[in-house]
Structures are given as C-alpha cells and as structure tokens.
Design a protein around this ligand. Structure first.
Ligand code: FES
Length: 148
C-alpha cells in the first residue's frame, strides 16, 4: 500500500523536534481526523533562505512521512522556492500516497504556509501568493456543509 520512501520517512522521520526562537511557527489541524502538525522555520533575514526546518506531528503515518519529506525539501530553499513546494511535490518525492491519504499531505503544505505567514507578519513583509492560513485545512468545506 505504501511506497518504500513513505515507509522510510515514517519509520525514520527527519527533522523531528522544535527550533528555539524560530523565525516562524505554523500549526494546522485537520478536524476530520483530529491530526495536528506544527512546523518551525529558521530563516535568514537577509537572504530569506530557510536554514533549518523542524516539525512535530500528532497524526497518522502518512502525515508523519509527508512532514518529514516536506522539511527535507524546504531546507536550503528561499521563501519563494518554498512557496512552490505543494503537497503534490511532496507526494511525488515520496513516490505517491494511496488516494485516501492524500488529504494528510495537505497538512505539511498548510503548516509551511502558516509558518511563513507568521514570519511575514513578524517582519512586516508580504510573500507573493501567500494567503492567511486557515486554522483547519477543512475550514472552507465545513462552512459549506453547515449551510445545509
Ligand atoms: Fe489525519 Fe492522515 S489521517 S492526517
């Protein structure tokens, strides 16, 4: 069911932990399964290069594997490059995820965006293409559901 890369990142996740005095921190949750992910970024203020990235995930194996891979991809990127790292890119780097687990990969993308948003707010800068993060990745959907 899972690729070797997913199993590897699930069993030996990279970059687990926290960054003290992180430049940006983002936390997102998925109300449907209750899983939560927090990403910490250490960003160079002059070059805007992401020097370090760590994560903590309270979630399923696919969420752990995608966070692990996402932190690996983001490290060494500029902020602009990090904005291009979508959940699709993370899934491709992991050789795919089963369809029922695709939503898990969204946590990593959203958590990175939330951490970048935190950085942008602290430094009073605008990051092109970055929108205010939702606290829950299904926020929009749920609002729709409530109308019925
Ligand atoms: Fe919740 Fe995977 S089942 S993130």
């Amino acid at each position: 069911m899972y690729s070797e890369k997913v199993m590897d990142h699930f069993q030996n996740p990279r970059n687990v932990g926290e960054i003290e005095d992180a430049s940006g921190v983002g936390t997102v949750g998925n109300a449907k399964c209750g899983d939560i992910m927090r990403i910490f970024l250490d960003i160079d203020d002059e070059t805007h290069i992401i020097k370090d990235c760590k994560f903590k995930t309270f979630g399923c194996g696919a969420a752990v594997a995608t966070s692990s891979m996402a932190t690996e991809l983001v490290k060494g990127c500029t902020i602009e490059e990090a904005m291009q790292i979508t959940n699709k890119a993370v899934m491709e780097a992991l050789d795919g995820l089963p369809p029922v687990k695709v939503h898990c990969s969204l946590l990593a993308e959203e958590a990175i965006h939330a951490a970048l948003w935190d950085y942008a707010e602290k430094h009073d800068i605008t990051i092109e293409g970055l929108e205010k993060p939702k606290s829950d990745i299904h926020e929009g959907e749920e609002e729709d559901e409530e109308q019925y």
